[in-house]
Design a protein around this ligand. Structure first.
Ligand code: MG
Length: 283
């Protein structure tokens, strides 16, 4: 079935995704790939990975940018270290994103994605405009490679993201919707957010989490799919309702325990396959 092909978040040598051999074992038709280390982002390496994916019958649906020095240790550290938001590293990271866009093109992938970081909530904040400008440049670059740029949700409210997308004004700027992040960061009810962002959602993560006792100050907890506060049935029902037919990419970030990661992803694949057959059975 071409609707809602199941996928996993994967990595070759960097990032928290499942490893290459696990993709094969799980037998999923799609992945999103965390960009490899800078030294591996050349055309030859991209083409070698593409060949491996073709042999496994796996399609890469997005390449995610990530950078040295990023840390998700706690919410204040995220604000200081993630994405294109910290001014000191913005120029070098923007250059890296151009490199990642080229790498994705060689891989035959039309989508580049990233956590942009904590965009100031106040659009009059002096830091706001330079982030908009950097995102514009990145969108232009991706466009020259025939690509979309997807922003991972989490650190902004739906309203804040809509304002930001309007400020950038690029038709290839879209959203990778992650319902668990909205809960983990305490930025809003994910189902409601999905509805209000629906026109901009071009890829999604299937991840679950529980609310923190102090939303926005401390993390909630990431938990196996179906065991958190997202409500997977409602999530998929809403994706169906807004007409989303793209991949369902499972993200489970417990690289410290690969065996448990694989088991939990296996269970997540079952859950999503079951729900998918319920929602699309009669169509
Ligand atoms: Mg995510």
């Amino acid at each position: 079935m071409d609707i809602w092909p199941i996928g996993v978040f994967a990595s070759v040598d960097a990032g928290l995704g499942v490893k290459w051999d696990v993709i094969k074992e799980l037998g999923v038709p799609t992945i999103q790939l965390h960009a490899p280390h800078p030294s591996k982002r050349d055309q030859a390496n991209a083409e070698a990975l593409k060949k491996q994916l073709d042999e496994m019958n796996v399609r890469c649906t997005a390449v995610f940018g990530g950078f040295e020095g990023e840390s998700y240790a706690d919410i204040p550290t995220v604000a200081e270290t993630i994405g294109l938001v910290p001014p000191a590293t913005r120029p070098s990271r923007l250059a890296e994103m151009f490199q990642i866009s080229d790498f994705a093109k060689w891989l035959g992938c039309d989508t580049v994605a990233l956590h942009l970081g904590f965009i100031p909530h106040d659009t009059k904040d002096p830091h706001y405009e330079p982030i908009v400008a950097a995102t514009c440049k990145l969108c232009d670059y991706c466009k020259s490679n025939g690509q979309f740029l997807h922003l991972e949700t989490g650190q902004e409210t739906a309203e804040g993201l809509l304002e930001f997308i309007a400020a950038v004004g690029a038709d290839n700027l879209k959203i990778n919707f992650d319902p668990a992040n909205m809960i983990l960061y305490g930025t809003g009810e994910p189902i409601e957010a999905l509805r209000s962002l629906s026109h901009h959602v071009r890829s999604v993560h299937c991840k679950d989490g529980t609310w923190s006792k102090k939303p926005g100050e401390t993390w909630g907890a990431e938990v196996p799919l179906g065991e958190g506060d997202v409500n997977m049935r409602k999530y998929l029902e809403t994706l169906h309702e807004i007409g989303y037919t793209g991949p369902l990419t499972i993200e489970r970030e417990i690289p410290e325990d690969p065996l448990r990661q694989k088991q939990e992803i296996g269970a997540a694949i079952e859950l999503l396959s079951q729900l998918r057959s319920e929602f699309w059975e009669s169509e």
